[in-house]
Design a protein. Sequence first.
Length: 730
Amino acid sequence: MNKQIKLAVWSALVTLVLIALPSVIHYAPQLVGKSFTDQRDFKYRVQQTYDNLSAAVLNPLDLEKAEKELRVFPGEIAEHRERYGTLTEQLDNIQQQYADRITEAKDSENETLLLALVKERNMKIDDIQKNFESDSYVEDKIRSEKAANLARFIKETKNNLDMNLPISYDLVNTETGERFTKGNIEKAALYREVFDDARGYFKADSAVYDNGYSDYSMDEETSFDGEASISNPPEYFKGTIIIPSDAATIGALAQENDAFIRGKYMLYALWIAGALALAALLTVIKFRKEWVLNVRFSAVYARWKVDVRIALVLLTGFVLAIYIQSAVYRVLNQFTYLTLGAAGNMVVSFFLFGVLLTALLAFQTVHVVELYKKTSQWENAWRESFALQFVRDVKGLFDNRTIGVQLLVLLVIFFLAGIGFAGALYDSALMLIYVFCVLFVALPALFLLVKKAAYLNRILAATNDMAAGHLTQEIPVRGKSPLAKHAANLNNLREGVRVSINEQAKSERLKTELITNVSHDLRTPLTSIITYTDLLKDETLSAEERAKYVGILDQKSQRLKTLIEDLFEVSKMASGNLEMVKQRVDLNQLMQQALAEHAEEFTERDLHVRAALPEAPVFAQVDGQKWWRVLDNLLINVWKYALPGTRVYLNLQQIGPNARIILKNVAKYELGDNTDELFERFKRGDESRQTEGSGLGLAIAQSIVELHGGKMEVEVDGDLFKVVIDIAGD
């Protein structure tokens, strides 16, 4: 027996137990030791029989006497009189009803029909006029209607005897001694009831005729005291009433008795089957979780969210519980009135709803329990669940409290609007309140929602344009709402992207220039070295020429070495691998030494240095060697690119706790307006690149200053070149 068959058998037994055991609790008090005559339905029919017997035979209404008790209330007269409108409205209506027919009779010259129609119309007009002229006339008409209704009521009461159970009785009125008998009460009885002093008398109530009592029949002088209904006082009888035994062998009652017995014993059989099924479940067919693990559907089911699985477990259990409850409440009736079709429906529903749902519930429960046992997987499953995601989304909704509160308020307003609409349809008195709330609450809320949704769509459209690369159109910022702040942030992002694109384009251009410049600056001395090396291979060279060529080779080699060293130093600075040893250094003294070092060179170039240095020391925590390199590079830059015959200004200032160095000179080359490019590597003021140098001087100086936490800026005003350095003092 494979796993599926075992699971199906187990599910069938469990379903049988779930139906059988509750049915024992529900039906045992009603069936065990009880007969057909002990059932509630039978007793109800007996009571109906007694009521019909009382109203039609033992205590009937007397038509002549009851007619005398008929009353006509003032409200009934007014209602009858104005039932079809006022006097003029009713007369006009009668005239209209007969106008066309009378005209047709005249046109056809049918005198007999014409006279009959005119007579009938005049009789109705006369009747209506009398209704409005005399209350007694209306009262007589109403009384006649009530008398006819009373006669029909008494006749229908007697006809109800046909609905009685087949009874025999012998009853004597305890007051008048009048005797009523039917059949032989001494026969064997299926049901017998004796009425006497000890057991109580048979109370015979008459039928109650409604004498037109209603709200419109009430007036200020009439109260609800029973005057509007007609009935006899109850009468009491002693004697015996039986249902003969032969009624249980023939006729409809016999069929009902047989059906009850069949249903009863079939239910007993169900209880026995349920007990056997329970025993089998506890012994032979115990549940094994392997039946539902690693089946074909398990892999798909394992991918479902854990809260979905738990919800399905609860839903399956709920549907199964509903089926079990329905089956328990219907099982006796189904067994009692069993047919082939009903039996087929019971079997189909048993397997479709009972067995299938039980197996499905077992499958789901086992998988959820197995997942729960694996703590880490259970926690991961919950973190990925829809429920937890919803909680996170709700929290995320209120990350911006304004949006969260506004959305919540809108949802509440529209939810209450729906409830209010249903209430207004149910009670028209609420319509005025509903209309007020719609006009002054719901519609303004809808207006705000549409307005914000339209603004959001415009922001989304602008965002799509930005994503497509169109960065010229600015998003309109309206108000101070979160959407407006978002629009402002997108505008800032748009500007940042635009600047970034420009910077990227500039970076690509500078990178191309960098490669070109590096290639040129490295290739120039390398070409010279190769050329003069080839010349030295000539054995005919004189010693003087050979010495000259060796000198040139040494010069070009040193040039190439300087370029490579500068390049490596810039690379170290960019990667942050440059080691620095900071100490307390007097910047004033360091600048004086740097000026003395280059004084001769400035004189050769006819450059006149004007230094404004303070008398007191200016200290800073710097790496002395690196800071010397900054000053040296700046002075070399002045020596190379300053216009001969001009003045160079050098200034050192103490500004609060900081120190500031200012260097100014007149350039001999046109610098242009873009000073940022002067800091680019291998960028020179001499665009033709005929001067000595690597083009890394300012870049190295700026990197060293920034590594010290300082700031270096270059300003150009025409041909005036100005460098400003700020560094923290000590």
